[in-house]
Design a protein around this ligand. Structure first.
Ligand SMILES: C[S@@+](CC[C@H](N)C(=O)[O-])C[C@H]1O[C@@H](n2cnc3c(N)ncnc32)[C@H](O)[C@@H]1O
Length: 245
């Protein structure tokens, strides 16, 4: 397996990403985070692992929701420098989550927010996560929607002469594998998987799927800014809650 890309340590990417996340009306804040936390079980007394934790914002929220032990893992030293400065009481490890054999303890809940599209072998990853969970534990993740990761040339929409979105340009859906696209900088590597590939990898690892979400903007968000309406053609995110029985 090839070595995972660590694009968040690229200085230009890191600065651009910081600006995106500073926007309170980002898709993360309006669509992804509310959906992710809506899937969370009661975290009181729970041991929680956050894979691809970034700035550690979710880790802090898990702690505030009652988790007794929270561990954040991320490949990027720059992201973890922010995380450790903001949340000195939380444990963070800098590591590539494509191989989780460095972890020997078990967890009640494993979260991963918007990082799994960077993982090449999702089947092996799902098996690793299954092995890290206590019986009855949950794996809850969000990722870029498979309709977003599909086009080889990146996501695009067809618009009318007034610039109104007519439809999303879906292509290459059944061509799984690496995508090298421009997002903040050129050459950002992600992996496209179909719905069936994602679902079957979880089932093959032993998981029971409890819920899937494809959040869309609220009516209030669309009324404030019409440009959000295009997410009704294609959701930005896919979220899955799976359980180890
Ligand atoms: C879009 S950010 C999301 C950060 C955080 N989960 C959140 O939602 O705020 C994706 C994160 O995944 C991390 N990441 C990407 N590939 C990784 C890998 N192979 N192992 C560990 N972390 C990875 C990146 O460094 C980055 O911090």
């Amino acid at each position: 397996m090839s070595k995972a890309q660590n694009i968040y340590d690229d200085p230009d990417f890191f600065d651009g990403y910081k600006k995106l996340r500073a926007n309170r009306y980002s898709a993360n804040n309006l669509e992804e985070k509310p959906a992710l936390f809506s899937l969370s079980p009661d975290l009181h007394g729970k041991a929680v692992l956050d894979l691809g934790c970034g700035y550690g914002e979710n880790c802090a929220e898990f702690q505030a929701l009652g988790a007794v032990a929270v561990l954040g893992v991320d490949i990027s030293e720059k992201m973890l420098a922010v995380a450790t400065a903001k949340h000195p009481d939380i444990e963070f490890i800098c590591a590539d989550m494509s191989d989780l054999s460095f972890l020997s303890r078990k967890f009640d809940v494993v979260f991963s927010s918007l990082a799994l599209h960077y993982i090449e072998d999702f089947g092996a990853f799902a098996k690793d996560v299954y092995g890290l969970l206590n019986d009855g534990g949950h794996f809850i993740f969000s990722q870029e929607h498979p309709l977003t990761t599909a086009p080889l040339g990146g996501a695009s929409w067809t618009r009318d002469s007034e610039g109104q979105v007519l439809h999303y340009n879906l292509s290459d859906y059944a061509r799984g594998g690496k995508r090298s696209t421009r997002w903040i900088v050129d050459g950002v590597e992600k992996y496209h998987r179909t719905f069936s590939e994602i679902v079957n990898a979880l089932v093959d690892a032993g998981f029971t799927i409890e819920k899937m979400l494809e959040p869309v903007p609220t009516q209030e968000t669309i009324e404030r800014d019409k440009s959000w309406e295009k997410d009704l053609h294609k959701p930005n995110f896919l979220l899955i809650k799976a359980m180890k029985r």
